[in-house]
Ligand binder design. Sequence first.
Ligand code: NAD
Length: 417
Amino acid sequence: MTSTNENVSAFDEVNVFFDRAADRLGLGDGRREMLRTPWRELQVSIPVRMDDGTIKVFAGYRIQHNGARGPYKGGIRYHPEANQDEIRALSSLMTWKTALVEIPFGGAKGGVQCDPTQLSEGELNRLTRRFTANIEHLLGVSRDIPAPDLGTNSQTMAWMMDAYSQIHGHTPAIVTGKPVELGGSVGRDSATGRGVVYVTRETAVDLGMDPTGARVAIQGFGQVGSWTARIAGELGCMVTAVSDVQGGIHNDRGIDVEQLVKYQAEAGTVVGFPGTERITNEELIELDCEILVPAAIDRVIHQDNAPRVKAMVVVEAANHPVTPEADDILNDRGVKVIPDVLVNAGGVVVSYFEWTQNLYQHQWDMTRVNDELNKIMTRAYRSVADRVARDKITHRDASFQIAVERVAHVSRLRGFI
Ligand code: NAD
């Protein structure tokens, strides 16, 4: 299901968007190079004793892209295709994302090349502990704070926190996205999906689109996709298709999302949910709908399928789901693309709330978390929409321009250049 240009560097693709912003901002070669290049990259090997007694060695990465605006922040991904180039691309997106929503963090990302669905709980625990031990010297509550991403969750963060705390003493603020009982924030699980819905709401207002009854197709039904589906109902939208790694389901009259969540918890997949027809992940992208939400992996909308996307708006809940070529095709066809750095920032925003709560040993309630999230996401969306209107550019170009401008400005203030 991935793009036809899998051999193209994901980091180079993200930098197409960065370069466009740098051109418009008139950044010189040196400054551009400084902002583009990751500050630190670490690759580690992670030997794990498997349940059958054999030893497997996994490749792990932590890449700190830019720390000009604060401690590095970014998720840890467990995926069979996680590699240095992909993690580098994702780490740069974190730099632009934290700048765009104005939270005091830099950008980082980590990952382990593994298939978490094929590992037992014990194997995952051992892998996470050894990975944490191998990157621990880069981490710190004012240095680098990981979080969950594709293939990891609050349990993974609990293991990371425990492994780090064995060395440094009890340190909840070392990761975000923890279980609430261990200092996690209420509302963190749903935060990215909730942010996706807030941005969709603002987009609908600008497009003059009535979200009531709008058909939404969501690729991926994990942490981000499933919460987006659940909260989309608050706008009156109708979820008509969802998918996971095993395939997709569709019903043009709408899917009962709460029942689907229960079904998935038992069946381990959305496939086979009663009252729906089975579709492929590729078909979902091309489905007749108003709002298309890629919420799984990267580069699923590429030059081959972009001409067939029928949605009015593509809301990028996943990171880097649209290649630069596809982005141009969609823009030329009048399909609005709302970019990842804006759309999925809700997760890192509530991670920021969690980190501050840990530092102050305090706990916010759900109303406060969601109100503050709403304020920050709406403010970020409005700043992007104003730039779109002022400069007659796309939402992606506006988002990158604002973010790059902010990081460049802070770099100057700090005297790097
Ligand atoms: P997750 O592991 O919880 O869920 C991923 C979903 O995608 C699952 O339903 C899985 O079955 C599906 N999937 C995996 N491989 C697939 C494939 N090849 N084809 C189709 N579906 C596939 O992950 P998540 O945390 O929901 O992350 C999803 C995306 O959102 C990623 O791009 C991630 O970087 C991004 N994101 C996540 C967060 C967060 O807070 N978790 C924040 C910002 C961005």
